[in-house]
Design a protein around this ligand. Structure first.
Ligand SMILES: *Cc1c(COP(=O)(O)O)cnc(C)c1O
Length: 497
């Protein structure tokens, strides 16, 4: 099967695949591309490691090619059989469906996508000299900063190709959900650039708490609706039971999927979780490998925060892939919120991606699709499940996970802002906390590891959260075990499990 083929390839070319496979069939053998210029080392003590536009990756990295055990397939919710491309066709354009199941190690980035990436990519890699000093650590800390994108996070890395492929296949309208508003504003931007209408269902509690993200979506010309809404069956059912529902990502996904499934000119776009979304984010890690090399460094530890798993995968998969092909071993840590701990306390099982059970069943770490996350501030991390690929790597022991409470994360975020200057997005403070903990462990143990973490976004739209933190208003509620067990008891029952 797929993994065998991948292994064969690996056996021939253990470290560096010389040839890039493409999604399309190449009609004639390509001439080997002109050799990229050798990597120039930056002077010792360089704080900001930057590269020119010509070094934006030409292809995304697909970890499916290097998996030692193949990923369990998504199942049809009715038949419980593996789904085929046609089952997904009402929701996604065929090019993205093919990327979802692709086994090629590299998939070419189309020129129009590269043209937009060039507005902010490559993003900078920083050496956190000031943070190191404040911690008095012997560790070296680096961070890859995705907050320089126009929307302020990593999300445009996938919003842009998703809008591109939809446009190419004649789709006129995209519908999606958003939690804190990061994904909605990224897709709104990409839609504006490619001339596609965008409609966003925003989780009700964020819609009310974060009016400026909605305003940003509107600047880009998108329509933003509070979820649950009266516009869909899924929304109306929830409101009938609970007129004051705060909403959740699971509910907003149900609403968006329903709209896409019932309109011919409309497709659905997802900002995380799916294989192709994670793959689009690998530009982060591919660039980071080069930038670390420019600094003469390689990470011993990599930390990323996980909501659905996309920024984490984007940063870490290229490193994990190199390891799987015989390269250096890295310790990879997924940092998640204690209030929504899918990787550390969820069950690895087939579950629905949404609350109304319209999506396929995927095998993932889940808290149960009926899970209602408490209202903590890292809205982008409030999802009941985890990307199947990230979950699979956790099962294979290739990554670890740690859960942090929000006050501890904001404390790390404030220290980071005071030393490095950037105010991290509340989600990103989880990665900062993970990196700070790793650095303090090194100090205790008298070791000096190289730590790399993903600073996936800035917090300029989330200042209310910092105000509430400073006022001592944030609660550190771990998810209540009785509620967790109740949600897990409702997992779909499969004979094979
Ligand atoms: C959306 C978002 C996340 C969570 O999504 P992932 O798919 O886990 O990356 C984390 N951080 C920021 C800044 C986000 O916008």
């Amino acid at each position: 099967m797929a993994s065998k083929a991948a292994k064969k390839k690996t056996a021939k070319k253990p470290v560096k695949p010389a040839k890039r496979a493409t999604a399309k069939k190449a009609s004639k053998p390509k001439k080997p591309a002109a050799k990229a210029p050798a990597i120039a080392r930056v002077p010792a003590g360089t704080r900001k490691i930057v590269m020119g536009e010509e070094r934006i990756p030409k292809a995304w990295y697909n970890i499916m090619a290097d998996l030692p055990v193949p990923l369990p397939p998504p199942l049809h919710p009715g038949t419980l059989q593996p789904i085929g491309p046609d089952d997904l066709a009402p929701l996604f354009p065929m090019s993205l469906i093919m990327q979802e199941v692709a086994q090629d190690r590299y998939i070419d980035i189309p020129k129009p996508v590269n043209d937009i990436y060039r507005m902010w990519r490559p993003t900078p890699l920083y050496r956190a000299t000031a943070l190191e000093k404040a911690l008095g650590t012997t560790a070296k800390i680096y961070y890859k900063y995705e907050g320089v994108s126009p929307a302020g996070s990593h999300k445009p890395n996938t919003a842009v190709p998703q809008a591109f492929y939809n446009k190419q296949e004649g789709v006129s309208k995209l519908v999606t959900e958003t939690g804190a508003g990061q994904w909605g504003s990224s897709l709104a931007m990409a839609g504006a650039m490619f001339g596609i209408e965008v409609k966003v269902f925003q989780v009700g509690v964020s819609f009310r708490q974060k009016p400026y993200r909605k305003a940003l979506m509107q600047v880009y010309g998108a329509e933003c609706v509070s979820s649950p809404s009266m516009e869909t069956n899924a929304g109306r059912q929830i409101l009938a039971r609970d007129p004051h529902s705060n909403g959740s990502l699971g509910i907003a996904i149900s609403e968006a999927v329903e709209v896409a499934a019932t309109h011919d000119d409309t497709k659905y776009a997802l900002g995380s979780v799916l294989n192709h979304v994670l793959m689009h984010q690998t530009v982060i890690g591919i660039e980071a490998i080069e930038q670390m090399a420019m600094a003469g460094a390689y990470p011993d530890v990599i930390v990323g925060c996980t909501g659905g798993g996309s920024n984490f995968a984007g940063l870490t998969f290229p490193f994990i892939g190199a390891q799987l092909r015989g390269g250096r071993k890295v310790k990879v840590i997924a940092a998640e919120p204690a209030a929504c701990p899918s990787l550390t306390r969820g069950k690895y099982a087939y579950d629905f991606g949404d609350t109304s059970h319209m999506t396929p069943l995927v095998k993932m770490h889940t808290l149960g699709s009926t899970f209602m996350p408490p209202g903590f501030h890292a809205g982008g991390l409030r999802y009941h499940g985890m990307a199947p690929l990230v979950s699979h790597l956790k099962e294979l022991g290739l990554i670890e996970a740690e859960a942090y409470t929000q006050n501890a994360c904001f404390e790390a975020g404030v220290l980071f802002a005071k030393t490095e200057g950037i105010v991290p997005a509340p989600e990103a403070t989880h990665a900062v906390k993970g990196a700070v903990d790793a650095a303090l462990r090194a100090k205790r143990d008298g070791t000096s590891p190289t730590i790399l973490f993903g600073l996936c976004g800035h917090g300029h739209f989330d200042m209310q959260a910092y105000t509430d933190y400073a006022a001592g208003k944030l609660e550190d509620s771990a998810y209540d075990d009785a509620a967790l067990q109740a949600a897990l008891a409702e997992l779909p029952k499969l004979a094979a499990e």
